[in-house]
Design a protein around this ligand. Sequence first.
Ligand SMILES: Nc1ncnc2c1ncn2[C@@H]1O[C@H](COP(=O)(O)OP(=O)(O)OP(=O)(O)O)[C@@H](O)[C@H]1O
Ligand SMILES: [Mg+2]
Length: 309
Amino acid sequence: MIIETINLTKRYGKLIALDNLHLNIDDGECFGYIGPNGAGKTTTIKILSTLLQPTWGEARVCGHVVGYESRDIRPLIGYVPDFFGAYEDMVVQEYLEFFASAYNITGKQRTRVVSDVLELTDLVYKQDAMVDSLSRGMQQRLSVARVLLHDPKVLLLDEPASGLDPRARIEIRELLKELRKMGKTIIISSHILHELAELCTTIGVIEKGKLLFHGPIDEIIAKARIGTKIHIRVTEQQDLAAGLIEKIKGVSDVAQDNGRIIVSLASQTHDFSVIAATLLKNNFRIREIREEEVNLETAFMRLTKGLVS
Ligand SMILES: Nc1ncnc2c1ncn2[C@@H]1O[C@H](COP(=O)(O)OP(=O)(O)OP(=O)(O)O)[C@@H](O)[C@H]1O
Ligand SMILES: [Mg+2]
């Protein structure tokens, strides 16, 4: 177990930012941490980065306890905060050399390590540019480059893609996929859910300091699936078709929306062949019939609204 929290609780005065959090993250996992603003994501990541102390409960990173063994944890982690620090009057290469020195990486090794991370983060062509002349996306990549210098086992990334344009987001995602392949354990918080779906192996959903869900992505989607919805389009006489479907056993609701009939099935069955057969028997021509997809976005909205317990 790379990350383990037990009853992890953080209070800011009366506010309970984290409420008895139990998290388990395995070696090599890419864990997506999702939650609305103020949910407690940054607080969790800061505790795991040893920058904050829990009020009670325990957080362990690679077996070391935050607070008691923070010194042992720091070399093992790379923390990318949700803002970029100010070191404007340096060029990219100096910036990385500065941080490498802070990790006691010196001499030839430093030159090699800096050139390696520049390569990995696609910043070689910017090595002589001033840090403050970089675009936000490049600064973000530089933030990642910085925490890779000491080759940490665990990466803690707090919304690394926020404020980036679509292209820069894809670049960050590709970079993270690369790092995942290298065997790093990655914890990433984000509001951009479909991005996490492609990147992460597991997901945790947090709201008001409580973990609502923790598990594989497909499980969260299955959990958020409350009954099944079928979308149907017929070539004509939609009202009539809707009336017909309403009478079919197992149909709990029929609505019409934007040229579509949306049918809710009462049970967990995904079988809509009876509906199709009924329509065909009554000479309706079906243009489309499909099950509504429950994506991460929908799953997240349902979970955080407390619709699923
Ligand atoms: N230093 C602090 N002092 C007092 N309250 C704080 C402090 N830091 C965070 N909080 C509160 O703790 C709660 C959790 O904040 P946190 O920053 O962890 O949320 P978050 O999930 O990262 O949100 P966001 O998506 O907006 O980044 C919020 O209610 C926040 O106002
Ligand atoms: Mg935050």
